[in-house]
Ligand binder design. Structure first.
Ligand code: IDP
Ligand code: MG
Length: 165
């Protein structure tokens, strides 16, 4: 089944200069990258991304982690597309808890648990098709993705936007 999945290289991954290593590992999936960008994550975006975890005791620390308050204020977001994309990426990514993750997985190799109890696990990967759709639509506009993943519509709006001077 052809699928798409959201990958985030989290602020610890960027701070530790792991982008190259992580992308090289993910290339083992033979999937296509159809979108990529660097983002400064707002609290609103972090909250919306992790909305399903809002009742967890570590939620606030998790938001700060994703916003880069402990590392660098940036995240790299990518969309991978191809056969069985969600499970292929999750397999190389490894388990949520970096200490339980296979040491050969990305999280097993590069993650840690901080003294505040947050799992700093270097990357995010969508868990199922429904979450992938919600997350991809949250992080990307249709024009930032080079594949037609979901239906779109055109709207006419008069908005002020910044352009090159
Ligand atoms: P996932 O990233 O493997 O899908 P989720 O349960 O969606 O795992 O959790 C999102 C993120 O929240 C994890 O990647 C990790 O950074 C953090 N996290 C999840 N569970 C815990 C926990 O029990 N303690 C501390 N941090 C956690
Ligand atoms: Mg998750």
């Amino acid at each position: 089944m052809t699928q798409q999945t959201l990958v985030l290289i989290k602020p610890d991954g960027l701070k530790k200069s792991l982008t190259g290593n992580i992308l090289t590992r993910l290339s083992e999936t033979k999937l296509d990258i159809v979108a990529a960008k660097i983002i400064k994550v707002s609290r609103e975006l972090a909250e919306r991304h992790y909305i399903l975890l809002k009742d967890k005791p570590f939620f606030n620390e998790l938001l700060k982690y994703l916003m880069g308050e402990y590392h660098k204020k940036k995240v790299m977001a990518l969309v991978y597309w191809g056969e069985d994309a969600i499970n292929r990426v999750r397999a190389i990514c490894g388990s949520t808890n970096p200490e339980e993750a296979d040491p050969v997985s990305i999280r097993g190799a590069y993650g840690r648990i901080t003294t505040k109890g947050i799992y700093e696990n270097a990357m995010h990967a969508s868990t199922n098709e429904q979450e992938a759709e919600r997350e991809i639509k949250l992080w990307f506009n249709p024009d930032e993705i080079i594949a037609e993943l979901y239906p779109t519509k055109t709207v006419k709006e008069q908005v002020e936007r910044r352009v090159w001077a």
